[in-house]
Design a protein around this ligand. Structure first.
Ligand code: ADP
Ligand code: ZN
Length: 763
């Protein structure tokens, strides 16, 4: 913002704008992100008094608009600029981190452009809690009020006066140093020997303690593994990339159990040995506890960043990373912004995972941000997975900077499991969810005292109530989706919008009034069936109803690992990263259920899930078995059973090419939400018209779809309409986004407007 002459309320600050002699013509300015939808940065003058504290990362208060209203801002860059016009001054600095590096600034600016969000949102993802003001505390300061006559003082009083000296000092420090009581101080104050005043200052977090991030690595048998030929070849290629100090993306593509983690560890060690830092991104801490522990214990100075840290823990951890007292940062998506001063390698494990996508503005995908960061800093990026996202697979095939490293074999000792497809049990009978095959294998496994994992995707996904005579399901009054029946508390709960209600006595269609029966199948029903069939078996159910906190989850896994349960059943939660030696049988109840979802990625998700499950079963020596129950068996399920990713990818990519879906195209989803009737719809319609006009000017290949009601038409009391834009992978979408960002008249006037670039879910 350019200040045009003195503004009311700001006049007393204009003093700072007079250039000092000597450096006439230049002054210090701060570029800041302001809390408002504006995309860009705004420049303010930095007064001399604040020159020390205004740093990138600091929270500032700056005057905004005609009334010079103090407004929160985040300092992004500080520089010396020629004095070409008068700028408004920064009013106040609030302590914030001082580690926002030029690279992270570049990354933040890129993110704002790419994901079409404001600078405030973009940098808010990088610097934690800029939105909140830190607490202030009162400080009591003491000083000698005048000459003292030592002979008139008692010993204690004299000690206090000596401790104070002729400086102004903090009350508590003086008291504890002198051992004097507050009463003695009060006497001296009364006699006018000591004066006091009170100031408020910001509470500053304690500096990080490096010891907190020091682990004592145990000697691990893994250290002496002889790498397989494929592991060694991959490691050599990665080492080459590390040493070359250049941007490069390598995809470590290997079946489950091919030893990817060991390759990460050794690559990371090479980087650490060179005195540099590594960021390892993992999907979700709760789901990857085992991986986390395995990696953590192999390094000496490790920091873990995840969403369950308190603000203070997070700030301390980030400060320690910035101080360089940490070599390896392991964390979930936001760890991609870890302020490593000497970053040498970025690793993304399970790069296809949906949890890398942020579900609020900025809707960034941490894998893509990692790649961008690698490019900006000239660093190698390593992506690892058994089931690459089709986006990444496409890039490997079409992009110069991408390289494929394959681990085709499992490590010695691990054998491929036997995997069978079996027909799902007929759901409409009372026979239950388990097919005969699955039931007899569970029997056999339990008899040989081994363990079973059963996976029934989606929490209560299809347990709804429907009418036995007309077939009408009981739908949520608020959002229209199927109510999920929770047996435990005999309630219907909407998993979309949170609505609850009691079970209606009969069909909601008054002309029918038929009897309601449970339809579909869910994890609770599975649990009951297991209890009926194997009353002796010890069950452990893991889903987000039973596992609310990370600690619950860890405890449950530990008890299963220790053999405290025979059967573990759960949602997709249990499909990932678990490695249990005593598991003989893994069963999937309804592998194809998710194929019915209105989402072009449904097939990809089902494929990934089955591969994970099938891969799990064969991790260790000995016979193991995966049984995949499915109602229909489209080709992708056969491919998944055989762990044949490439066959799947080829077919799926061809399908997407014909439909012009990502990765062949890029997609942007814009959602208008408003609680007022018709408002979202009208705004979306008008917006789509304007977009179409803009798009036509940019490229004939840009497609703006007619506005539609969202798959979840109502959320948090707001009606939702979406506008989807599809376009080629060139400059046309960014161009369109920058037009939207730059023209506030174009933005729909609704209570909530979001832009999701490269959306993962289309709900
Ligand atoms: P992935 O991540 O590819 O699924 P992991 O890295 O988890 O595979 O490796 C599977 C198992 O094989 C782990 O228990 C690991 O300790 C072990 N392992 C890895 N590399 C070797 C090797 N070279 N020799 C023997 N065992 C290995
Ligand atoms: Zn609902």
């Amino acid at each position: 913002m350019a200040a045009t002459g003195p503004q009311p309320g700001a006049s007393n600050h204009q003093l700072w704008l007079v250039p000092r002699s000597g450096d006439a013509g230049h002054h210090l300015v701060a570029e800041v992100a302001l809390r408002r939808p504006d995309p860009g940065l705004v420049t303010y003058a930095v007064p001399d008094t604040l020159a020390e504290v205004v740093r990138p990362g600091a929270m500032l208060s700056v005057p905004l608009g005609r009334s010079a209203k103090p407004t929160a801002a985040l300092c992004v860059r500080v520089s010396t600029q020629p004095w070409d016009h008068t700028r408004q001054p920064v009013l106040e600095a609030v302590p914030g981190p001082d580690w926002l590096s030029p690279h992270l600034v570049e990354l933040g600016l890129w993110m704002g452009r790419y994901y079409a969000c404001s600078a405030w949102q973009s940098f808010g993802a990088i610097v934690p809690t800029p939105a909140r003001r830190p607490r202030r505390r009162k400080v009591h300061l003491l000083r000698l009020a005048g000459p003292v006559e030592p002979d008139l003082l008692t010993d204690r009083q004299r000690a206090l006066v000596t401790a104070l000296g002729d400086q102004e000092r903090e009350r508590n420090a003086v008291l504890s140093e002198s051992g004097a009581s507050p009463a003695i101080l009060r006497t001296l104050q009364r006699r006018g020997v000591i004066s006091s005043r009170t100031e408020t200052e910001f509470c500053r977090p304690a500096p990080p303690d490096p010891e907190q991030f020091r682990t004592s690595p145990e000697d691990s048998p893994e250290d002496s593994f002889a790498l397989t030929t494929a592991q060694q070849a991959a490691l050599d290629a990665i080492s080459g990339a590390i040493d070359s100090d250049a941007f490069r993306v390598q995809l470590l593509f290997g079946v489950p159990g091919s030893g990817k983690t060991e390759v990460y560890v050794r690559a990371a060690r090479r980087v650490v040995a060179q005195g540099r830092q590594v960021i390892l991104l993992i999907p979700e801490i709760a789901l990857t506890t085992q991986l986390l522990q395995r990696v953590q214990r192999r390094f000496e100075r490790v920091a873990v960043l995840h969403s369950q840290l308190t603000e203070r823990q997070r700030a301390t951890t980030l400060a320690a990373i910035a101080d360089g007292v940490v070599d390896v940062v392991i964390g979930t998506r936001s760890a991609v912004f870890a302020p490593c001063p000497r970053l040498g390698l970025l690793i993304v494990d399970e790069e296809q995972e949906g949890s890398f996508k942020n579900l609020a503005s900025p809707f960034y995908h941490a894998r893509n941000v990692a790649i961008k960061r690698g490019q900006l800093q000239g660093l190698p990026v390593l992506l690892g997975t058994a089931t690459p996202s089709l986006e990444t697979w496409y890039n490997v095939k079409h992009r110069r900077h991408f390289e494929l490293l394959r681990l085709d074999e499992r490590v010695p000792g691990a054998r491929l499991p036997k995997a069978h497809l079996v027909q799902s049990a007929d759901d409409d009978t009372d026979a239950g969810l388990l097919s005969d095959e699955l039931r007899s294998e569970i029997d056999q496994t339990l008899r040989s005292s081994q363990q079973v994992i059963l996976l029934h995707n989606r929490r209560g996904y299809a347990v709804y109530l429907r009418c036995s005579s007309c077939g009408l399901p009981v739908l949520c009054e608020r959002c229209g989706s199927h109510y999920v029946y929770h047996q435990h508390d005999k309630l219907l709960k909407c998993h979309r919008c949170g609505q609850r209600r009691s079970v209606p006595p009969h069909c909601l269609d008054d002309t029918c009034r038929g009897r309601l029966v449970p339809g579909g199948s869910a994890i609770q029903r599975l649990e009951e069936e297991l209890r009926r069939n194997w009353p002796q078996a010890r069950l452990l159910r893991l889903d987000s109803d039973t596992m609310r906190r990370r600690a619950d989850y860890e405890a449950a896994l530990a008890s299963f690992e220790a053999g405290a349960a025979d059967i573990m059943l759960g949602t997709q939660m249990i499909a990932k990263g678990l490695d249990f030696p005593r598991v003989r049988l893994v069963g999937v109840i309804a592998a194809d259920a998710a194929l019915a979802l209105p989402d072009f990625r449904a097939g990809e998700r089902v494929f990934q899930l089955i591969v994970q499950v099938v891969g799990r079963a064969g991790r260790r020596e000995g016979e193991s078995l995966a049984l995949v129950q499915t109602e229909q068996a489209p080709q992708l399920i056969h491919d998944a059973r055989r762990l044949d990713y490439e066959a799947f990818a080829e077919r799926e990519l061809e399908l997407r090419r014909r439909m012009f879906f990502p990765p062949w195209s890029r997609m942007v989803r814009m959602v208008c939400a408003d609680s007022r009737p018709q408002r979202a719809r009208e705004a979306a319609t008008q917006f789509a018209e304007q977009l179409t006009a803009q798009a036509e000017r940019i490229s004939a290949a840009l497609r703006v779809a007619a506005p539609m009601s969202c798959v979840i038409p109502r959320l948090r009391e707001m009606l939702r309409w979406e506008v989807l834009v599809c376009g080629p992978r060139d400059r046309s979408i960014p161009q369109l986004l920058s037009i939207i960002a730059g023209d506030k008249h174009l933005r729909p006037h609704v209570q909530r407007f979001t832009i999701d670039v490269d959306p993962l879910d289309l709900f």
